[in-house]
Design a protein around this ligand. Structure first.
Ligand code: AP5
Length: 215
């Protein structure tokens, strides 16, 4: 299974990719997570990326392609992968095509996680990540049991630096201008499936599985 999850910030790409990884063993490849790891480790890449991410803009294509090339070369990606957050514009999509062609691989599907824009702000301002389990949660939408499970595991609910209203607005604009054109790009290639991504997380997961042909 080689899959791209496409969708606006907050559409649930990370939430669904984590589930698919846990239940079907297909590794989630999140460029946002890889960048945040570099920021946390205070590497040269992390220091350069931090200001761009805090502004809600895209890190340059050359850097991102380098990150993806290195990640897809790791052994676990031989089983397939779920790309979450890459590609982000037409240039990255072209580069991904070329990289996969050089590896004699093809994408199976591109899934657009479709959510009305007015829901995204609440999802993003309410998002928290559990410091011990890494679970992506939400103070408005997660159940008390899910939130409590993090505290019981000794974790704290952390908020991402870019989940403030001003940065979220920029990220949504960047998505509309630069990433949304990929819907056409992948439709023309006959790869795009659209999944309505509102409602319960489990219900969205069932729709996603059907869209990619998993039982
Ligand atoms: P990245 O980390 O990729 O962020 P994003 O695309 O903005 O996506 P998000 O992680 O915000 O949202 P998501 O769709 O994963 O939603 P989630 O599942 O968490 O990128 C961050 C930054 O890194 C970028 O701005 C850029 O600077 C840089 N970057 C990354 N990739 C790049 C690239 N390729 N090129 C250049 N720069 C790049 O869900 C959101 C919330 O909603 C959570 O709280 C969750 O619990 C909740 N939720 C999920 N599903 C549901 C549901 N069904 N009902 C209710 N709540 C739900």
């Amino acid at each position: 299974m080689r899959l791209v999850l496409l969708g606006a910030p907050g559409s649930g790409k990370g939430t669904q990719a984590q589930r698919m990884q846990a239940r079907h063993g297909v590794p989630q490849v999140s460029t946002g997570d890889l960048l945040r790891e570099a920021v946390a480790a205070d590497t040269e890449l992390g220091r350069a990326a931090k200001a761009v991410m805090d502004a809600g803009q895209l890190v340059d294509d050359r850097t991102m392609l380098g990150i993806i090339r290195e990640r897809l070369a790791r052994p676990d990606a031989k089983r397939g992968f779920i790309l979450d957050g890459f590609p982000r514009n037409t240039s990255q999509a072209n580069s991904l095509d070329a990289l996969l062609a050089s590896l004699k691989l093809k994408l199976d599907r591109v899934v657009l996680m479709d959510v009305d824009f007015d829901i995204l702000m609440k999802r993003l301002t309410g998002r928290r990540t559990c410091s011990t389990t890494g679970a992506v949660l939400n103070i408005y939408f997660s159940s008390p049991t899910e939130l409590e499970a993090c505290r019981k595991a000794g974790g704290e609910l952390l908020q991402r630096d870019d989940d403030n209203e001003a940065t979220i607005r920029n990220r949504l604009q960047v998505y509309e201008r630069q990433t949304a054109p990929l819907v056409d790009y992948y439709t023309k290639k006959g790869l795009l499936e659209t999944v309505p991504a509102t409602g319960e997380v489990d219900a969205v997961y069932s729709r996603l599985k059907s869209a990619v042909g998993l039982k």
